[in-house]
Design a binder for this molecule. Structure first.
Ligand SMILES: *Cc1c(COP(=O)(O)O)cnc(C)c1O
Length: 411
C-alpha cells in the first residue's frame, strides 16, 4: 500500500464512473438537496435500503460521501460519517450509545463544549457523565459499571496537554464490555492510529487540522469495526439486522438523519482539499510547536512551558510512542498573572489573537478569560487552567518570524 501522503493526494479508486466523464482531477461539488429517480420502483428501493442511492442531502450526498471515502482510505475503519461539526459528531455518537439510566465515563479535562454537552445538555435526558482522571487506571476501572455505555477521552487534552495510555485504557474498557471513544482532533489519524491502539470509535473535529487552514467547520465519526454492537443495548436491534454495520446503519438511518447536523457539500469539498495536504501541514506545525516550546523555555518572563515534546513533560515518552514521534501543534506557557498575559497578547503583531487550533496561522489565546470564562477561578484551577496561562496553536509560518514576534511581545 502506498504512503499516507500519496493516498491523501490521489484518494482511493473512484467509486462512481460518472465522475471520470471529463477527466476531472477533483470531484465535483453536488450542491443539491434532492435527487430524481427514473421510476417509482427505484425511489422505493432507495427508501427501503434495497439499493443504495442518494435521495436527500441531509442523509447522504455524493460530495460528502467522497470526503468520507477519502477519510476512510487514510484512517481505516469499517465506515465514516461526516457531519456538520466536531460537536455534531460527538453528540450524535453519544445519542447512538447512551440513554436514560446509563452513564458515560469521560476524561475530566475534555474540550469545554464536550464537558458541557455531557454534564448539562444531555442530563435532562437522564444520561449521567462521570468525569475521571484518565491517567489513573484504578479510578477509571472504579467508575465503570453495568450501565456504562462508553469510555470517552481525547488523544491530547486541551489546554492541559495530558496524554493517556490509549492501548491500556482500550484493554480496560474492552475487558468490561464497553467501547472506547477517542476524540482524535489534536493528533488526527495521521499522527495517532486510533484503531490500531484499540479505539472503537474515532471522532475528529475536521474544523481543525483537516479543513486546511480554518476554512470550514466539520466533524467525523469513524467506526473502527472492532466492537460487537450487540453488546450495546441501544444498538442491539440494529445489530440483529446489520451485524457489524449496526452503528453505521443506526447513524445513517436514524440518529444522524433525525438530528440533522449534516455536512454541507461545499464544506465537504473544502475539507477533501484540506485532506490532501494534511501530513505536510501537521508536520510543519509540530516542528514549529517544538521550536517554540524550546525557545520559550529559555525566556526569563516564562515560568513554565507545557508541551508533550519537551523531555520535562510527564507523558513525553508515551506521546512519542503513540503519536508517531511527533507531539502536536499546541503548547501552553505560564506568565506571572492575567495582566502579563493580556500585555503579551496585545503586543503580538503576527500571531493572531483567536480561538481555534491547528489553523495554518499561529493563534494565541488566554484560556481563563475566554474558553473557560464561564467557570469560577476555583473550578478553573481544578481543571488546570491558571490565570497566567497562554495557549499557542502553532501554524505553518516560518519559525524565525514566530520567534521574533514572541520575543518582542515578551519584552
Ligand atoms: C474543536 C474541538 C471540538 C469541537 O469541534 P467543532 O468542529 O468546533 O464543533 C471537539 N473536540 C476537540 C478536542 C476540539 O478541539
Amino acid at each position: 500500500m502506498s504512503g499516507f501522503s500519496t493516498r491523501a493526494v490521489h484518494g482511493p479508486p473512484p467509486a462512481d464512473s460518472r465522475r471520470e466523464q471529463h477527466g476531472d482531477l477533483r470531484p465535483p461539488v453536488h450542491d443539491t438537496v434532492s435527487f430524481a429517480f427514473a421510476s417509482a420502483r427505484e425511489i422505493a428501493d432507495a427508501f427501503s435500503g434495497r439499493k443504495p442511492a442518494h435521495s436527500y442531502s441531509r442523509i447522504t450526498n455524493p460530495t460528502v460521501e467522497e470526503f468520507e471515502r477519502r477519510v476512510q482510505a487514510l484512517a481505516g475503519g469499517r465506515g465514516v460519517v461526516a457531519l456538520a461539526s466536531g460537536m455534531a459528531a460527538i453528540s450524535t455518537v453519544i445519542m447512538a450509545l447512551g440513554g436514560a439510566g446509563s452513564n458515560i465515563v469521560a476524561g475530566r479535562s475534555l474540550f469545554g463544549n464536550t464537558i458541557s454537552l455531557l454534564a448539562q445538555t444531555l442530563r435532562p435526558w437522564g444520561l449521567e457523565a462521570r468525569f475521571v482522571d484518565m491517567t489513573d487506571r484504578d479510578a477509571v476501572a472504579a467508575a465503570i459499571d453495568q450501565d456504562t455505555r462508553a469510555l470517552f477521552l481525547e488523544s491530547v487534552s486541551n489546554p492541559q496537554l495530558e496524554v493517556c495510555d490509549l492501548a491500556a485504557l482500550a484493554e480496560l474498557a474492552h475487558g468490561r464490555g464497553v467501547p472506547l471513544i477517542l476524540d482524535n482532533t489534536a493528533t488526527t489519524f495521521y499522527l495517532c492510529r486510533a484503531g490500531e491502539l484499540g479505539a472503537d470509535i474515532e471522532l475528529v473535529s475536521s474544523t481543525k487540522y483537516i479543513s486546511g487552514g480554518g476554512s470550514s467547520v466539520g466533524g467525523l465519526i469513524i467506526d473502527h469495526g472492532r466492537f460487537d454492537w450487540s453488546r450495546s443495548p441501544r444498538l442491539a436491534a440494529f445489530a440483529k439486522s446489520f451485524g457489524p454495520f449496526a452503528l453505521l446503519v443506526a447513524l445513517r438511518r436514524e440518529i444522524s438523519r433525525n438530528i440533522g447536523a449534516c455536512l454541507a457539500p461545499h464544506n465537504a469539498y473544502l475539507q477533501t482539499l484540506g485532506l490532501e495536504t494534511l501530513a505536510l501541514r501537521v508536520d510543519k506545525s509540530c516542528v514549529n510547536a517544538q521550536a517554540l516550546a524550546e525557545f520559550l523555555q529559555g525566556q526569563s518572563a516564562v515560568r513554565r512551558v507545557v508541551y508533550p515534546g519537551l523531555a520535562s513533560h510527564p507523558d513525553h515518552e508515551l506521546a512519542r510512542r503513540q503519536f508517531n514521534g511527533r507531539f502536536g501543534g499546541i503548547l501552553t506557557f505560564e506568565l506571572a498573572d492575567r495582566d502579563s498575559c493580556f500585555a503579551f497578547l496585545d503586543k503580538l503583531r503576527l500571531i493572531c489573537r483567536a480561538t481555534n487550533i491547528n489553523d495554518n496561522k499561529t493563534l494565541a489565546i488566554h484560556p481563563a478569560s475566554t474558553i473557560f470564562t464561564e467557570f469560577s477561578p476555583e473550578e478553573r484551577e481544578k481543571m488546570g487552567v491558571s490565570e497566567g496561562m497562554v495557549r499557542i496553536s502553532a501554524g505553518i509560518e516560518d519559525f524565525a518570524d514566530l520567534r521574533d514576534d514572541i520575543a518582542q511581545a515578551l519584552s
